[in-house]
Structure formats: structure tokens, C-alpha cells
Design a protein around this ligand. Structure first.
Ligand code: KG4
Ligand code: ZN
Length: 342
């Protein structure tokens, strides 16, 4: 089965071809980050317009790279949500029009399921069940994953997402958008111990998360200290430590609570080197392993959509009508099967 995947939920236009026998055959990505950086965050209308410009040329380039044609496809998967409604409609419209023209299935994919399943694209994929930490710009969730579509959200942020906290703190530190990689880089030159940020919600039971306080703590620390490069690096270091340790504490608890041994981490923040190191230790303590998507597949991309779409299609999913769901909780997905309705 060969599936074209189209991702346009936010500020990346991603296109990929996945073949269930041969794996990922091609992938193309265009990031609008430079355009949005001027405004300090994603401007939805600009994002939609740019997706319109990019998506078809990327589809052509991706099919060429994959050495395939539209006629060889069995389905076209697209991100149907969650995301920015205008941006989602671009990918959905193109996918459904192409699929209708070709007489093949259009498969709506949940973006967060795409992130969650991305580690399974590895040559040696992790086995179910596992605990998944999904940390992106819009979500921070801890999920008990028993199988494809069998997701139980056991913890989530009550306010900002982890990536959002990185982005807001980056702005406070005068760094460009998206802030995560810049904060991580700045933190590399920071000295441990000069500042200590709180570890939110770790002093009470449960798996929920909260990151808005860390952003406020960063704002106050910046305000109360001299404005010099070393201080900024020290603050970035303390902020990263707090996010990483908080996520590690919650993942350790999630493994204990579920009795599972293995962990996966996905979404943009899972690209963070410090987080990866710490989660390796947490999984090892539980006698298991932590797995991540390949580095380029942590942030938004078409490959994870093509892959999740192929799994859904193999499970019997068929859809013609264009559908987008700006809000689409993972817990509402169904296990794919002949009657599966995603
Ligand atoms: O998954 P993603 O590409 O898009 C969403 O679905 O949100 O995640 C983007 C988020 C941004 O907030 C970005 O700052 C963060 O992931 N991010 C990082 C790193 N790389 C990306 N955060 C911390 N450390 C990183 N290395
Ligand atoms: Zn994402």
C-alpha cells in the first residue's frame, strides 16, 4: 500500500510518500518559520496563504523523489486536525480533490496521532504497549498507548504546552521564533546552579503538567537581574533544567502507574537533547527503553501523516468528504478496523 501524506496544520508544509512494503520513499518540507519570525509567532492567515503556494510544487517534488506517480497511490492522507482551521483546509482540500480525481481514498489523520506514531517509522520500531510523552507547541500530554488508536490520556497540561513555554521564554530572552532550539543552544553556555526554577505540579500526586508559571518565573528573573549574555544563558539553563526535570518526573510516575517499561517521546520538544538524555535514564530505571522519532521527524512533517494514514487505511478507513477539526482530542480516536471510524 502506497500513501501520499500532506501536513498543513500550522507553519510547515510537509509532504511524503510512504509504502507499507518499502518504507518512506520521499519527503519534502517547507518551513514558514522565517516569515512568522517577523511577528514573533504564527500568523494564521499568512500560514494558509503560504500553504496554498507551496503544497502542489512540494507534492510534485515528492513524487519525483519517491520515483512514483499519482497513479501508483492507494490513498492520500491529510492532517484533519488539530490545528489552524484555514491551514488545515488547504491540505484537506488538495488531498480530497486529488483523491476524488484519482478515485482513491482520502484519509483524515489526527496530527497528534501522527506525532505519536512517528517513532514507529524507525527500522527497529518499538513494540506496544508504551507510555508516550507528546510535547509540541500546542500540546503536552502523557498517554498510555496499548495499540494503534488505543490511547488513554493519563496526564496533560492545564495551561501552556511545553513548546509554548519554550517559545514565550525565548521571546523574553530576545531569541527568534520558534524558540525551543535557540533556548537550548543558549542554555548550553549557561552555568548550573545560579538560578533555580520551580518544577511545577511535581509536589502533588498525578500526571498533569503546567508550564505557564515557568514563563512568568523567567520574566521575573530577567527583570530582577542584570541584562548581560552570561545571565541570559544562566536563565536559559535553569529554565531548560526545570522543563526537562518536570517531564522526567512525570514520565517516571507514568511508567510506575501503568506498569509499562517502555517510553516514547515525540513532538517538537522531543528534539531537545537534554530531555532525550534524561528520559533514557528514566526508562532504564524501569527496565525498559525510550524511543524517539528520527531527528527530522520530531517537528511537523508529512512522513508521520503518510505513515499514520497508511495504518488507518490498512485498518479499513475510507473517507470522501473534506473534514477538518481544529480541536480533535486523541482520546476520541477509535482503534482501526473494518468498521473503524478514526
Ligand atoms: O511538533 P511541532 O513541530 O509543532 C506543533 O505541532 O506544535 O513543535 C514545535 C515546538 C515549538 O514550540 C518549538 O519551540 C519546540 O517544538 N521545539 C523545541 C526544540 N525544537 C523544537 N523545544 C525545545 N528544544 C528543542 N530542541
Ligand atoms: Zn506538531
Amino acid at each position: 500500500m502506497r500513501v501520499l501524506g500532506i501536513e498543513t496544520s500550522c507553519d510547515e508544509t510537509g509532504v511524503a510518500v510512504y509504502d507499507s512494503q518499502r518504507g518512506l520513499l520521499g519527503q519534502q518540507l517547507y518551513s514558514q518559520a522565517d516569515m512568522h519570525a517577523l511577528y514573533g509567532g504564527v500568523v494564521p492567515e499568512l500560514a494558509s496563504r503560504d500553504h496554498v503556494k507551496r503544497v502542489l510544487p512540494l507534492v510534485r517534488a515528492c513524487l519525483d523523489e519517491a520515483g512514483t506517480t499519482l497513479a501508483d497511490l492507494d490513498g492520500i492522507a491529510y492532517t484533519a486536525g488539530p490545528g489552524l482551521v484555514g491551514a488545515l483546509l488547504v491540505g484537506a482540500g488538495v488531498a480530497c480533490a486529488l483523491a476524488a480525481g484519482l478515485g482513491i481514498a482520502a484519509v483524515p489523520v489526527n496530527h497528534m496521532e501522527g506525532h505519536l506514531l512517528a517513532p514507529l517509522l524507525a527500522p527497529d520500531p518499538p513494540a506496544f504497549p508504551f507510555v508516550a510523552l507528546l510535547v509540541s507547541g500546542g500540546h503536552s500530554q502523557i498517554i498510555r498507548v496499548a495499540g494503534v488508536g488505543d490511547y488513554d490520556i493519563i496526564g496533560e497540561t492545564i495551561d501552556d504546552a511545553a513548546g509554548e513555554a519554550f517559545d514565550k521564554t525565548a521571546t523574553l530572552l530576545g531569541l527568534p521564533y520558534p524558540g525551543g532550539p535557540h533556548v537550548e543552544q543558549l542554555a548550553g553556555g549557561g552555568r548550573p546552579g545560579r538560578f533555580r526554577f520551580p518544577r511545577p505540579m511535581t509536589d502533588r500526586p498525578g500526571l498533569d503538567l503546567s508550564f505557564s508559571g515557568l514563563k512568568t518565573f523567567a520574566a521575573n528573573t530577567i527583570r530582577d537581574n542584570p541584562d548581560d549574555p552570561q545571565t541570559r544563558a544562566d536563565i536559559a539553563h535553569a529554565f531548560c533544567e526545570a522543563v526537562v526535570e518536570t517531564l522526567a518526573i512525570k514520565c517516571r510516575r507514568a511508567l510506575r502507574q501503568t506498569g509499562y517499561r517502555d517510553l516514547i517521546a515525540a513532538g517538537g520538544v522531543a528534539a531537545n537533547t537534554g530531555l532525550r538524555e534524561r528520559l533514557r535514564a528514566v526508562a532504564a530505571e524501569a527496565g525498559g527503553q525510550v524511543r524517539f522519532p528520527a531527528p527530522g521527524l520530531c517537528t511537523d512533517n508529512g512522513a508521520m501523516i503518510a505513515f499514520a494514514g497508511a495504518l488507518r487505511l490498512a485498518g479499513g478507513r475510507r473517507d470522501g468528504a473534506i473534514q477538518v477539526r481544529p480541536r480533535w482530542p486523541l482520546g476520541e480516536l477509535a482503534v482501526p478496523g473494518p468498521q473503524g471510524s478514526a
